[in-house]
Design a protein around this ligand. Structure first.
Ligand SMILES: [Zn+2]
Length: 471
C-alpha cells in the first residue's frame, strides 16, 4: 500500500505523490518555534509529529528536505526583549539553543535547514514588493503595509482554503496589526509593521519605511526560498491553520501566482491530565519540567507517539510511567536478541521484507496509524520472547529479527536505552552544548562545558558524537 495522508486542503485522505517527476525528492516545511520561552509539551507534540512524518517518508524511500524556521522576531518576542531590557539576538539565541537541544533529547532528526526570520529581511521585503506591485498590498495611514483580502479575492484567488469561511457573516475591511486574530473578524493583516517606540532597537530600514515583518510573511519568504514556489508538504499544529497558514497561502499564491503547497498536514491539540494546559492549573510542562521529574526524552517521545496525530491526546504522568514500562519490554527483548545473535550478520534486504516490517509499514501508510503500528511491535515482542524462551532462535535468526527491529526503529526513533548512568539534567546540559556548538555559539558552548565540569562531568567529542564521563 502506498503512503496515504490526510490533506487539510482537500479534507480527504489521499495517496501521497511527490511533485518530483522521479517520485523521490520531497520538500517539507514545518512551522518552527517562536523563540520567546521554552517550548511546552503541546508544542513538542507537533515537532514529534513532524519527525514521524519525515521518518516515515525516509523509511518509504523518499529523499526528504526538511525545513523548519526559527521565528526570532514577532510581537511576543519584542514585548519580552523590552521587559527584560536585553537585545533581540541575546534573548532569542538563548531559547533557540534550548529548543534545538530539546529537539535532540526527544530523538527528532535535525531539520536540514533552520532559517531565522531576521536573516531573511531582504526576501521578506521582496515578497511584500511583489504583493504591492500586484495590487494585493497597500500602505495604511499607520505607515504599515497590509495584505488586502478583498483585492486578493477580487482577482479570483480563494481565501479560506484550509477552513470554510462564511464571508456573508464576516465583517471585511478591518485591519489587524497583531500576528494573531480570531476567524470571526476577518481582517487585512500586516506584512510590514511600521516602527513604533515600543519596538526599541528592533527595526530594519526598507522601501516601506523603518519597521519589521509580520509573522505570517516570514514563513512564506523562508519556505519559498528554501523549497521553491510549490512544494510537497507543509506541517504545523492545528491552531496554526487560521490565520497563520491561511495567510501564508494568500501571500505566497498572491505573489507567485502558483499553488503554494500540495499537502497540508495538521497535528491535533494536547490535553494534560485531562485539561487544557495552563500555568494556573499546574499542568503546564516544558520538556525540562518533565526531565526534572526524572523522565527521559525517550520516554516522553514514546508517549507523544502513542496517539494518532489527528486525535486530541491526553498527556498524563501515568502515561509516562506506562511508556517507561513499554520501553523496558522492548529493551529486554532486543537485549536478549543481541546476546543470541552474538555478532551474526543479517541480510538488510531480507529485513525489509520481514513480517514485522511489512505490517508496521502498512499501518503507517494508512495515514500514520501509529496505534496499529505499535500493536505490530508488541505482537512481535511477545512472539519473539516466546521463541527465545523455547530456544527456537539460532544466531542468524536472532540477527535477522534485530535487523527487522532496526528498520522499525528508524521510524519510532527510540533506539536503545542509554548505557551510561548520566542524570537527565547533565544530559540536557550536554545536549545544549552540542546545539550551541552547532549554532556556532562557542561562547555559550564553553560556558556549558565549564558548568558541566563544575558539576563533576566531562564531555568528550568523538567521531560518533559526544561521550559524557564522570570526572
Ligand atoms: Zn509558519
Amino acid at each position: 500500500m502506498a503512503l496515504h495522508l490526510y490533506n487539510t486542503l482537500t479534507r480527504a485522505v489521499q495517496t501521497f505523490t511527490p511533485l518530483d517527476p522521479a517520485g523521490r525528492a520531497v520538500g517539507m516545511y514545518c512551522c518552527g518555534p517562536t523563540v520567546y520561552d521554552y517550548a511546552h509539551i503541546g508544542n513538542w507534540r507537533t515537532f514529534v509529529f513532524a519527525d514521524l512524518v519525515r521518518r516515515t517518508l525516509e523509511f518509504s524511500g523518499y529523499q526528504v528536505r526538511h525545513v523548519m524556521n526559527i521565528t526570532d522576531v514577532e510581537d511576543k518576542i519584542i514585548k519580552r526583549v523590552r521587559e527584560q531590557n536585553t537585545t533581540l539576538r541575546d534573548f532569542t539565541g538563548r531559547y533557540e539553543t534550548a529548543f534545538l537541544a530539546d529537539l535532540q533529547s526527544l530523538g527528532c532528526r535535525p531539520p536540514h535547514l533552520t532559517p531565522r526570520a531576521t536573516e531573511h529581511i531582504p526576501e521578506i521585503l521582496d515578497l511584500i514588493q511583489k504583493l504591492t506591485d500586484r495590487g494585493l498590498a497597500y500602505r495604511a495611514p499607520d505607515g504599515s503595509v497590509y495584505f488586502s483580502i478583498e483585492k486578493y479575492r477580487g482577482c479570483g484567488c480563494r481565501y479560506g482554503q484550509l477552513l470554510n469561511l462564511n464571508f456573508d457573516e464576516l465583517r471585511p475591511g478591518q485591519r489587524v496589526a497583531s500576528d494573531e486574530y480570531e476567524k470571526e473578524s476577518l481582517a487585512d493583516f500586516a506584512l510590514w509593521k511600521a516602527r513604533v517606540p515600543d519596538d526599541g532597537a528592533v527595526f530594519w530600514p526598507g522601501p516601506f519605511g523603518e519597521g519589521r515583518p509580520g509573522w505570517h510573511i516570514e514563513c512564506s519568504a523562508m519556505s519559498l526560498k528554501a523549497l521553491g514556489q510549490t512544494f510537497d508538504l507543509h506541517l504545523g499544529g492545528e491552531d496554526l491553520k487560521f490565520p497563520h497558514h491561511e495567510d501564508e497561502i494568500a501571500q505566497s499564491e498572491g505573489a507567485t501566482g502558483q499553488p503554494f503547497v500540495k499537502y497540508w498536514l495538521h497535528g491535533a491539540h494536547l490535553l494534560v491530565e485531562g485539561k487544557k494546559m495552563s500555568k494556573s492549573l499546574g499542568n503546564f510542562f516544558t520538556l525540562r519540567d518533565l526531565t526534572a521529574k526524572g523522565f527521559t526524552g525517550r520516554e516522553i517521545r514514546c508517549l507523544l507517539l502513542t496517539a494518532h496525530y489527528r486525535e486530541t491526546f491526553n498527556f498524563t504522568l501515568d502515561g509516562l510511567a506506562g511508556a517507561r514500562t513499554a520501553l523496558a519490554r522492548i529493551d529486554e527483548c532486543t537485549a536478549k536478541l543481541r546476546d543470541l545473535a552474538a555478532g551474526a550478520a543479517a541480510n538488510p534486504a531480507a529485513a525489509a521484507e520481514a513480517p514485522l516490517v511489512a505490517a508496521f509499514r502498512s499501518a503507517l501508510h494508512d495515514d500514520l496509524n501509529i496505534s496499529a503500528a505499535w500493536a505490530t511491535v508488541f505482537d512481535w515482542v511477545r512472539d519473539t520472547n516466546k521463541r527465545i524462551a523455547s530456544a527456537q532462535l539460532n544466531p542468524t535468526e536472532a540477527a535477522a529479527a534485530l535487523a527487522a527491529w532496526e528498520q522499525v526503529d528508524s521510524v519510532l526513533g527510540i533506539g536503545q536505552k542509554a548505557e551510561a548512568d548520566v542524570p537527565p539534567e547533565i544530559a540536557a546540559l550536554a545536549e545544549e552544548r552540542t546545539a550551541a556548538k552547532k549554532a556556532r555559539d562557542f561562547k555559550r558552548a564553553d560556558a556549558l562545558r565549564d558548568e558541566l565540569k563544575a558539576q563533576g562531568w566531562v564531555i568528550e567529542d568523538t567521531p560518533k558524537g559526544i561521550k559524557i564521563k564522570k570526572l
